[in-house]
Design a protein around this ligand. Structure first.
Ligand SMILES: NC(=O)c1ccc[n+]([C@@H]2O[C@H](COP(=O)([O-])OP(=O)(O)OC[C@H]3O[C@@H](n4cnc5c(N)ncnc54)[C@H](O)[C@@H]3O)[C@@H](O)[C@H]2O)c1
Length: 261
């Protein structure tokens, strides 16, 4: 059990990658707080964990709202006494092309994707520093590394990578580690609107992935488990790209997109 006796909080824990991380952490012995804007989704994750014999608690939160984040932190501590591991995973991805989306869309992306990481980290870091133990795993995206569209979302994810590095250098001496994962395409409900328009989107995207497929939530959960566990005790400030080779081979994507234009 790699997370025996740890307490973890996963934002966006009611769906996709967050759900997979919550379940994986629980299977490795952690008590898990699944925090999500939709309490019913978080509760469904908790049911899956408790059905499998784990310990978990669902909490409602809007990560962009400081008061809601403060109450999430209080609820988590009330449930399990402390939080050792924080996974900042909640996000939306809206708007493609700054000439067509509006200021409200920009603000919504920045508020949830970037400010959410700031608020949740700020709420839970003091306890980690006080106990001299903590690990934060931020979920960014390959969109934060290079130009792939969805400008507001991508700019916010680039911010998450930088914030990770700054938190890592500030709190390392308190034995708090902060790392970031950049997933490539992962088959989760966030893709539903696109999937409805193009049922073959994942097959089309797979041609750019050297591993020949898009990712599964479990691919990210395994990486998050490593970074959250003591196996990564001397790893902080790292950006771990988990993308089936996409960014290593993105000349293929550039070549195909240019040919299509
Ligand atoms: N799926 C992908 O292809 C992909 C690729 C790269 C990065 N990511 C990142 O992985 C993470 C998880 O994405 P996913 O694909 O599992 O998405 P998802 O839509 O399946 O799950 C996201 C969860 O976050 C919750 N959420 C949204 N806004 C929230 C808020 N303001 N407060 C609290 N909870 C909120 C949603 O209710 C949902 O349960 C995100 O950070 C996303 O940007 C996903």
């Amino acid at each position: 059990m790699r997370l025996h006796d740890r307490v973890a909080l996963v934002t966006g824990g009611g769906s996709g990658i967050g759900q997979a991380i919550a379940e994986r952490f629980a299977a490795e012995g952690a008590a898990v707080v699944a925090a999500d804007r939709f309490l019913d989704r978080a509760a469904a994750t908790v049911r899956r964990i408790t059905d499998a014999g784990g310990r978990a608690q669902a909490v409602a939160v809007d990560v962009a709202d400081a008061a809601a984040v403060a109450s999430m932190a209080q609820n988590a501590v009330a449930a399990f006494g402390r939080v050792d591991l924080l996974v900042n995973n909640a996000a939306i991805a809206e708007g493609d092309d700054i000439l067509t989306f509006d200021e409200a869309t920009w603000n919504r992306n920045l508020d949830i994707v970037l400010k959410g990481v700031f608020l949740c980290s700020k709420a839970l870091l003091p306890g980690m520093i006080e106990r001299r133990y903590g690990a934060i795993v931020n979920i960014a995206s390959v969109n934060g590394l290079t130009g792939l569209g969805e400008e507001a979302y991508s700019a916010a994810k680039a911010g998450v990578i930088n914030l990770t590095q700054n938190m890592a250098i500030k709190y390392g001496r308190h034995n708090v580690r902060v790392n970031v994962i950049c997933p490539g395409t992962i088959h989760t409900p966030i893709w539903e609107p696109i999937l409805q328009k193009d049922p073959h989107v994942f097959e089309k995207l797979a041609r750019w992935y050297p591993m020949g497929r898009v990712g599964k939530p479990e691919d990210i959960a395994k990486a998050a488990l490593f970074l959250a566990s003591d196996d990564a005790a001397w790893i902080t400030g790292a950006t771990l790209t988990v993308d089936g080779g996409l960014t290593a081979g993105n000349y293929r994507m550039a070549r195909d997109l240019l040919a299509e234009e």
